[in-house]
Design a protein around this ligand. Structure first.
Ligand code: LLP
Length: 425
């Protein structure tokens, strides 16, 4: 029997004609739970986390999982048990952290549009830090905190104006982006923050973008942040921690992002040279902790030969896997039970009534009706971005740990979807 690990997905491998996640056959999971089905490997998540932990060894650093990447409770539980904090962007995410066993102090609250109600709740549970994104937000947060008799710990998200060379929708640290405070307003913003009664300045943060596969923008952003910390401290405002934002990109299609441990060794070498290596650091990785830990298993419903194209119509769609439709993103698609027959070229598409509902274009596959395909790299920004478009219930999710498989989310029913709705009386 030959075993073939899928490149970039060390915990998914073909053994003979079966695709396994750790020690579990995907075809068994599909039979038991139906499709489309998200399958996550716990070992893969922990291995990705370990790479950051190695890079941080001997340093004062905290990893706060950016749960927007995948906010399912069973996934959060893995990271809570591994000692991670959480980067949240809404009151809903806050409640999920608490439900998964995380504590308020382990939370950093990011996002450009926090509401007063979200701020009140976050203060009540004692979040570790508010990552504030504008001067107007500072004023409101101070007011809300003072009214609650509390002092909000704050960090200001600064926009380092570095080009991360990623998709425009997911690059966030350039001048024209809606995120953060402009580089040249930073010191003035910190002075304002330090003067407000409801706030205590504790840190600085930035985030230059997502799915970054080159190390240069990180090194450049770190230099700029250190310059800013020096400027802020020069006016008498101490910065306790530096939060360097999201994590690295992952391999979707043979991309070769730097390894987290290598990159952080390089970043720390620079920081040491500038006398900043012993500061408290935080990072907020999402995609790189879960992306390649997940696959979406989907059944081939129909093969439809066409004049210009052959279509492979599967039961997963853009509501389950929105990244191709939204960002023209590539996800590898592999048969769960490879066949020896000659392959053909297909566009792999879902049942949703939109031409944008495609999952992969021009894929060379040997498949038959009823076969199972695995859409890889589906652990990040898939289920957390899934919708009910076409009144499609959200898929079920399974977390695999060695030879065990845990159903962490039941398939959503039509009744679940209609639960909050009312007919006009
Ligand atoms: N911290 C902040 C402030 C962020 O805005 C983000 C992602 C992260 C951390 C996590 O970044 P990561 O480590 O995952 O790269 N839906 C898009 C990605 C949007 C990312 C938005 N911000 C996609 O599917 O590619």
């Amino acid at each position: 029997m030959t075993a073939n690990t899928l490149p970039g997905h060390p915990h998914f491998e073909h053994r003979g004609s079966e695709l396994f996640a750790e020690q579990v056959r995907l075809s068994d999971l599909a039979r038991e739970h139906g499709t489309p089905l998200f399958v996550y490997s716990k070992a893969s998540m922990l291995a990705a986390l370990a790479a950051y932990q190695r890079g941080f060894a001997g340093r004062k650093a905290r990893i706060c999982y950016a749960m927007k990447a995948n906010s399912s409770l069973g996934v959060l539980q893995v990271f809570a048990q591994a000692g991670c904090g959480f980067d949240i962007v809404s009151g809903g995410e806050l409640e999920r952290v608490l439900a998964a066993g995380g504590a308020g102090k382990d939370i950093i609250f990011s996002g450009v549009g926090k509401t007063r109600a979200e701020m009140r709740r976050a203060l009540a549970v004692g979040v570790g830090c508010f990552n504030v994104e504008s001067e107007a937000e500072l004023e409101v947060l101070s007011e809300v905190a003072a009214a609650a008799g509390k002092v909000a710990p704050v960090s200001v998200r600064v926009n380092p104006d570095v080009d991360p060379k990623t998709h425009p929708y997911i690059s966030t640290g350039l001048k024209g982006n809606k995120f953060g405070v402009a580089h040249d307003r930073t010191v003035a913003t910190y002075q304002r923050a330090a003067s407000l009664p409801g706030l205590k300045v504790v840190g600085i943060d930035c985030h230059i973008g997502s799915q970054i596969t080159d190390e240069a923008p990180y090194l450049e952003a770190m230099d700029r942040i250190v310059d800013l910390v020096q400027a802020i401290e020069a006016v008498g405002i101490p910065i306790h921690h530096i939060d360097f934002g999201g994590g690295l990109g992952i391999s979707y299609n043979g991309d070769q992002p730097p390894a987290a441990d290598d990159l952080w060794r390089k970043l720390f070498a620079r920081l040491d040279a500038r006398g900043f290596g012993d500061r408290q650091f935080m990072i907020e990785p999402g995609r790189s902790l879960v992306g390649n830990a997940g696959a979406c298993v989907t059944e081939v419903l129909y093969l439809k030969p066409g004049e210009g194209k052959n279509f492979c119509i599967v039961d997963a769609a853009m509501n389950d896997l929105p990244r191709p439709a939204m960002y023209q993103a590539f996800h590898a698609i592999v048969p769960a039970n490879p066949r020896a027959e000659a392959p053909q070229t297909y566009d792999v598409v879902g049942p949703v009534c939109e031409s944008g509902d495609w999952i992969g274009r021009d894929r060379v596959l040997a498949v038959k009706q009823g076969d199972l395909l695995a859409v890889m790299s589906a652990g990040a920004y898939s289920m957390s971005m899934a919708s009910n478009y076409n009144t499609r219930g959200r898929a079920a999710e399974v977390l695999v740990d060695g030879g065990k498989a845990f159903l962490i989310r039941e398939r959503e029913t039509a009744a679940d979807q209609m639960r909050a709705e009312r007919l006009v009386s």
